[in-house]
Structure formats: C-alpha cells, structure tokens
Design a protein around this ligand. Structure first.
Ligand code: PLP
Ligand code: COI
Length: 362
C-alpha cells in the first residue's frame, strides 16, 4: 500500500513578508521551509508512520548507526515556479530511482518510487509559498534516509528514517554563471573502484572535503577527481558531473563506470544535445587528452553540471601534481550556454517539454 504523507500537527507558518525577505537572496542550503515529510522503516512492518511535520530539530540516539558508520543516502531536486505562478518538478522519478539504487548500495531499504514522489509533492504543496519566482531561483528539495538504530555493532541498521526537507535557493556558486577555476586532485581520491561512487551517500562528500579545502587554498572553487588507481582518468567533480564540447561537435562526458554519480542533469543534457547539433558521447576521458585538447583548441568548452549548479563553465584546470594552469581557451561558452538555456527553459516552462520530464504540483 502506498504511504500517505499527511500533516500531523499545525506548525507556526513563516509570514509572507519573511519569505519575501529571504527570497531576495536565499543563497544555497541556508533557509528551510515550514514542513518536512518523515517515514519510518523497521524489518517487521516495512515503511510506516508516514507524515508531514513542522520543519524542526529532532532527537536521535547518540549511538545511531548514521552517526558512527555513515549509513546514509540522499537526493537533490528542485521545484520551479513558472511564469503563470504554477509550480513544477523535474524528473522526480529519476531521483526516486537513484535513491533506491543508493539505498541498496548502503544496505538501506528501498523507498518505493511512488512514496518518494508523494513525499516530495506533499512538502512542495504545503510549502508552495516558499517557491521563489525570480531569475534562476527555485525550491531545492533534499530527501534523505538514515540508519537510526541505536546499536554500535557494525551491521546494517534495523530501523531507518526517511526525511524530505526543502528550502529556497539561488545560484550554487555565489559568482553566478561566471566560469569557475578547478583544482585537479591527483592525490586525494573521492572513491575507490568498487566503492560507493555511483551512490549518493554522505560518505562520498566527507571524503571530498579535504581536497576541496586544498582547492580553496589554490584559489579554485571545486575539485575535479581522477581515478583512484592512476589519477589519469577523469571522473567527476565533488558535486557535479564533467563535460566538454569539441570541434567535432561532440558533447563528451565520462562513461558511467561505477565511480561516477549518474547525474540527472548529465542524462538530460545528453538527451538534449542533438537539438543543439551536438553528438552525445559517453566514454573514458584521460586528463592528458583534456589538457592537450585545451592547448590545441580541439576542446572548445568545458563545464560542470548538476541540479545545484545547473551548467557552470570551467575557466581553468589547475593540475594538482604540476601546479600548471590549463585555460579553457575561449572567452564565452556559446554551446554550453545554449544547453543551459534550453534546460532552464524546459524547467521553467518557457518552451514545450518534449520528453515529458516536468510535472505540475500546484
Ligand atoms: N555528481 C555528484 C557527486 C553530485 O553530488 C551531483 C549532484 O547531485 C551530480 C554529480 C549531479 O547530479 P544531478 O544532475 O542529478 O544533480
Ligand atoms: C545537487 O546538485 O543536488 C547536489 O547534491 C550537489 C551538492 C549540493 C551536494
């Protein structure tokens, strides 16, 4: 039977005036809306006790599995306000399916796709007032699942809690759509072969943070991770997939080799590529090939893509081993910006949605 996420108690609602004040410049991941969806899992009953509660701190046992062994998975998707005031989701089933795959890898129970989508819709519907309406703002939705059993033995948690929270966001990078400089990590790895690279789990981000600090110290804003074994094959950034466009008119991105998150933005851009005259290519990409392609001009645009960052052009790659800076040669990014505009136009309902990716909530 499907879960019904219904409001359990009446929260204190944030005033329209305060929401408007927040939405002038919400930043990313700073503010949260009034409600959260919650469901509990145990081995006997499966998923139970679905509800919507006021967004609030909650108590958790100090010995909970998640706090010690990082048994956690999460998702990220957005709700977009169209010009007519309606509010739409973009491919929520794809996020639901990815959460289920991530959960499986982390020995967590799968939440059925319909229940995931119901939880997202319940929060967005109740907190519709929080969906911003200007520029590239949206309501960022963060579903997540934790091992909540109080037990310090190392095994899969027998009780699990699922949450869905949300909050208004603007651009992920404070500079807007300006090109970002990237630090190429050749020592610190994000994930090993056979690890959790294709799962969206907190541990993958924890292992990326030291490299990210290195990047900041190098004047860069993100890290490009290479394969753990040889540091010569490009995988992805800490929170985004990597893509480039070459003079052969190809949109090239690393193949899904088990170490890379199968980004929904990545997948959408590969599907949109032909409408901009680009041929989508998923294959192994070496660092050496990208450096020489930038140098000889055969790579004309490089960028990072993801739900939070949309498409963010890459200005330069700074090599972790040599310290050499490899510039992305051209001053603007016409094809990447074309893809970006097309994706945003679909998400904000400004053009028809040929793939049936969007669904209305309010
Ligand atoms: N890679 C990583 C490591 C991410 O955290 C994200 C963001 O979710 C992505 C790629 C892009 O995925 P998506 O386009 O589904 O947001
Ligand atoms: C997203 O794009 O949704 C992400 O999760 C990236 C980052 C904020 C973790």
């Amino acid at each position: 039977m499907s879960l019904r996420f219904e409001l359990a108690t009446s929260p204190t609602y944030t005033s329209d005036a305060r929401i408007a004040e927040i939405n002038v410049d919400p930043g990313f991941g700073v503010y949260f809306s009034d409600h959260m969806a919650v469901a509990a899992y145990n081995e006997t009953d499966g998923w139970v006790n679905a509800r919507v509660e006021p967004y609030a701190d909650f108590a958790i046992a100090p010995a909970s599995a998640v706090l010690h062994y990082a048994q956690e998975v999460f998702e990220g998707l957005k709700a977009y306000r169209h010009a007519d005031g309606s509010v739409w989701l973009f491919r929520p089933e794809a996020n639901a399916e990815r959460l289920a795959r991530s959960a499986k890898r982390l020995a967590l129970p799968e939440l059925p796709v319909a229940d995931f989508v119901a939880s997202v819709r319940a929060v967005v519907e109740l907190d519709e007032r929080w969906v911003p309406s200007s520029g590239e703002q949206s309501l960022y939705i963060r579903p997540f699942m934790i091992g909540s059993e109080s037990f310090l033995g190392v095994r899969a948690s027998k009780t699990v809690t699922y949450f869905c929270i949300a909050g208004p966001v603007g651009a992920y990078f404070s500079g807007g759509v300006k090109p970002v400089d990237i630090w190429v990590s050749n020592e610190l790895s994000r994930v090993p072969n056979g690890g959790t690279g294709s799962a969206k789990c907190g541990g993958n981000y924890a292992t990326s943070l030291l490299a990210q600090n290195e990047a900041y110290a190098q004047g860069c804003s993100q890290v490009l991770f290479t394969d753990a074994a040889t540091h010569s094959v490009i995988e992805e950034l800490g929170g985004m997939n990597f893509m480039f466009i070459n003079t052969a008119g190809e949109l090239v991105t690393p193949e899904l080799n088990g170490n890379i998150l199968p980004g929904i933005t990545r997948d959408s851009l590969l599907k949109l590529a032909p409408s901009l005259g680009l041929t989508p290519v998923e294959r192994r990409i070496t660092l050496a090939e990208v450096y020489s392609g930038l140098a000889d001009g055969s790579i004309v645009e490089a960028f990072a893509c993801g739900t939070a960052a949309v498409i963010t052009p890459i200005g330069s790659l700074k090599d972790g081993a040599t310290g050499e800076v490899h510039r992305a040669l051209i001053a603007d990014f016409p094809k990447a910006m074309g893809l970006r505009a097309l994706l945003l136009d679909i998400q904000y309902g400004r053009v028809p949605d040929p793939f049936g990716w969007t669904q209305q909530v309010v």
